[in-house]
Design a protein around this ligand. Structure first.
Ligand code: HEC
Ligand code: HEC
Length: 260
């Protein structure tokens, strides 16, 4: 009986500690958490069709708020996990640093304008995100990071020639369409329509077969590795050359099967 009581006591203690640590997230971090998942950014991003309007994307569509390299949930996101952001000190390959780093929510201010509000990348001001929102996002990143510096990665910023060279190399590789379908579902279906689900990206498989499908594959591989306007780029630690070749093999098979 004594043993049982002490087990009970320890059990209650563990639950109490768990609840307390959970409740420890500050109001600011809690706001950051909600902003991270909300395409309207708490209603501050307005709907509409003009430049600077809501795309319907949220930060969570492209970034995990947990370490998705060591604890994968199966989805493939274009951006890296935001765990460890406060430890990085700079973003966008050093373009955002110093006092701007926190003001730009560790680089998230760029994504906020570009991906959530459709501001073209040459007009984006990463510190245009309201100070209160930047602080809230950083507080959330701190709450989920603690001492964890997050995944190690380096972002290679490819110029137009490097993107094209990568596209040509990938398009010349053989791919596995079955693997490609799985990768497409985990990475791309969030934005690209499938026959029964719409999305903000163009329909990649249509009954209109491109006149030169080989050329189209080079263009597409370049787009996936290099990105477009709203199309995020996929770094090679997120999708390898072989992964992209597999996705293209799947798309090609689908396109060719629609040919009469
Ligand atoms: C459409 C996809 C997409 C959306 C939506 C998006 N991001 Fe990003 N983000 C990226 C990509 C791609 C990068 C490139 C670097 C990387 O892979 O982490 C990036 C980079 C970042 C970085 C690191 C910058 C660096 O260079 O170190 C942070 C922080 C970040 N995003 C936060 C956010 C926040 C906060 C939001 C929501 C306001 C958001 N992102 C929305 C795709 C996205
Ligand atoms: C965050 C949304 C988003 C995600 C995720 C996304 N795309 Fe896109 N993609 C777009 C948008 C929007 C366009 C339209 C053109 C642009 O923005 O550059 C596009 C364009 C493209 C194009 C060019 C189509 C053409 O005919 O010009 C290809 C190919 C493509 N995406 C493939 C992919 C693949 C493969 C994946 C997954 C690995 C993917 N996309 C993930 C949004 C997305």
């Amino acid at each position: 009986m004594r043993k049982f009581v002490s087990f009970l006591f320890i059990g209650v203690l563990i639950i109490a500690v768990a609840l307390l640590t959970h409740a420890q997230m500050s109001d600011k971090a809690q706001l950051g958490r909600e902003l991270f998942h909300d395409p309207t950014f708490k209603g501050t991003i307005k709907p509409g069709k003009l430049q600077g309007s809501a795309t319907g994307l949220s930060c969570a569509n492209c970034h995990a708020d947990f370490d998705d390299m060591s604890n994968p949930d199966g989805l493939i996101r274009a951006g890296h996990s935001v765990v460890g952001v406060p430890h990085r000190g700079e973003a966008k390959g050093g373009m955002i640093k110093g006092a701007d780093f926190a003001r730009a929510a560790g680089g998230g201010g760029f994504c906020y304008q570009h991906f959530l509000q459709r501001v073209s990348s040459d007009k984006v001001n990463p510190t245009a995100i309201p100070a209160e929102h930047a602080e809230a996002l950083m507080a959330y990143f701190e709450a989920i990071s603690g001492d964890n510096t997050g995944p190690e990665f380096t972002i290679e910023m490819l110029d137009a020639d490097a993107k094209k060279a990568a596209g040509e190399k990938i398009a010349a590789m053989r791919g596995d369409a079955q693997k490609g379908w799985q990768l497409f579902g985990r990475a791309c279906a969030v934005c690209h329509p499938t026959p029964y689900k719409p999305g903000i990206g163009p329909r990649l498989v249509t009954s209109r077969v491109p006149r030169d499908i080989d050329k189209a594959m080079i263009r597409w591989a370049t787009k996936i590795r290099g990105g477009g306007s709203l199309m995020p780029f996929y770094a090679s630690d997120i999708l390898s050359d072989q992964d992209i070749a597999d996705i293209l093999a799947f798309l090609r098979e689908q396109i060719e099967s629609t040919k009469k």
